[in-house]
Write a protein that binds this ligand. Structure first.
Ligand SMILES: [Zn+2]
Length: 459
């Protein structure tokens, strides 16, 4: 690396920090022992000793570079910029998982990649915050935040028991063990065997302050063993003090002081946009429909949920004897799910929905500069933008973008008729606020754990 571009980047980044209201120390601070950066002078300029009071982590499930580009091209135009494009620090991270012997598995799923950023350790695909070979629980960043007295929250457009929220507040041999009736793949996790129970039961037992998403049907399953036998998980949550909310009005009225469980759909929250799925040989040029009849009136959007979660967490942390600060995770889950289904409009609508949540997070950080905001993905996915004249195999669709141009998207990671697959590519990680410099360069998803832990000074 030549010194000129290096210096230019350094100066620009420091300026961006000043704009964000973060003080840049005049003297160089020494790199901490857990500072993984190979450029100590760069780290020093960004203040390795800067500490965050709050962390907001936004995960676009399956949101690789092509998913971001597709959403940008369609919504704000090729020369436009999404909210997630506006972070001062941007890098890439590797996402691979491991097999039971610890050897690389080049294509991860959300459970293993989530375990990576949530615990700092890699695991096998399908596993939730447990070790690859021996299946032992590993401490998560949310558990550490709780132990240090911080308020915690998790928001998703998927079921609340889906892999990304699950890796924060549960430990399971397999991601399928969502509710008490789903324990087949987790014989050692059952309450009868002395285990912690299903992902739903563990999530409410963890007393996460704010849990918002879908998956009401899981939480309405009956518990068959242990202390809460005969109750549903929803009833268990209420016994534990949770306020249950199921629509936007109730969410709006939810008060800080008691934890909040928001369940806004029986399964995954229906997506915001619809359109024709990609097809063999392509589709007629189409405009996406910015609405979905399956989405019930009163379903809060991801940005509304994010705004409310921030309000509740901020109120919680200002309570008597509480250590100030919070950790909040926000997931745009169905970018991945619609990519699997080769549904470009569904996918773009969900990316745009996450981007509005990013806007909410950045607006909060603008008022609270001691907030680290990170936006990233857990793995890459299928969709590729190809030339209009290309006749690729697999499934294609032509879209007419908001700037009136045609754009062709192709899905070819699996045989038509089967679900499209994740890919093993590195993905974007972008950040602002204290310790944001740690996302620069090429890192690994497990290093995000250390970034958040260092930013919040978690012990
Ligand atoms: Zn997926």
């Amino acid at each position: 690396m030549g010194s000129r571009p290096y210096r230019r980047r350094l100066a620009w980044s420091a300026a961006a920090l000043l704009v964000a209201g973060v003080a840049v120390p005049a003297t160089a601070a020494a790199s901490g022992p857990d500072d993984t950066s190979d450029a100590p002078s760069l780290s020093a300029a960004h203040g390795t000793k800067q500490k965050a009071k709050n962390v907001i982590l936004l995960i676009g499930d399956g949101m690789g570079d092509s998913e971001i580009t597709l959403a940008r091209d369609y919504t704000v135009g090729a020369a436009g910029r999404l909210n997630m494009d506006k972070f001062p620090m941007t890098g890439s991270y590797t996402t691979y998982s491991v097999d039971k012997n610890g050897k690389p598995d080049y294509v991860t799923d959300s459970a293993a990649s989530g375990t990576g950023w949530a615990t700092g350790q890699k695991t096998v695909n399908g596993r939730i915050s447990k070790t690859p070979g021996t299946d032992k629980p590993m401490t998560t960043i949310l558990e550490l935040a709780q132990r240090n007295g911080l308020a915690t929250g998790s928001v998703t457009t998927a079921e609340l028991t889906d892999a990304t929220p699950a890796v924060l507040a549960s430990h399971a041999t397999d991601r399928s063990c969502a509710g008490p009736a789903d324990m087949k793949a987790c014989p050692n996790d059952t309450i009868a065997k002395g285990g912690p129970g299903s992902i739903a039961e563990q999530s409410v037992n963890h007393k996460v302050d704010v849990l918002l998403g879908g998956g009401k049907a899981r939480f309405d399953q009956k518990i068959t063993e242990g202390r809460y036998k005969g109750l549903t998980v929803t009833e268990q949550a209420q016994k534990l003090g949770y306020q249950l909310v199921t629509d936007d009005k109730a969410l709006k009225n939810a008060r800080a002081g008691k934890p909040v469980l928001g369940l806004f759909a029986p399964g995954n929250v229906p997506v915001e946009w619809t359109g024709k799925a990609a097809a063999q040989g392509g589709t007629e040029p189409q405009r996406c429909v910015t609405g979905n009849p399956e989405r019930k009136a009163g379903t809060p959007s991801l940005d509304e949920q994010t705004r409310k979660a921030l309000q509740l967490l901020e109120a919680k942390q200002s309570g008597k004897g509480k250590k100030p600060g919070f950790f909040l995770q926000v997931e745009g889950a169905s970018i991945d799910k619609r990519d699997h289904a080769a549904d470009p409009c569904g996918q773009i609508g969900e990316t745009a929905a996450l981007d509005r949540a990013v806007k909410v997070a950045r607006a909060y950080a603008a008022k609270h500069p001691d907030t680290l905001v990170v936006t990233t993905a857990d793995h890459g996915h299928t969709s590729q933008i190809v030339p209009l004249e290309a006749t690729p195999p697999g499934l294609s669709s032509t879209l007419v973008t908001n700037e009136g141009q045609q754009l062709k998207v192709n899905y070819s990671t699996n045989t038509p008729g089967q679900a499209q697959e994740h890919t093993g590519t590195q993905v974007r990680i972008a950040a602002q606020g204290p310790q944001a410099h740690r996302v620069l360069g090429v890192t690994d998803q497990t290093q995000l754990f250390g970034t958040i832990r260092t930013a919040l000074s978690l012990r």
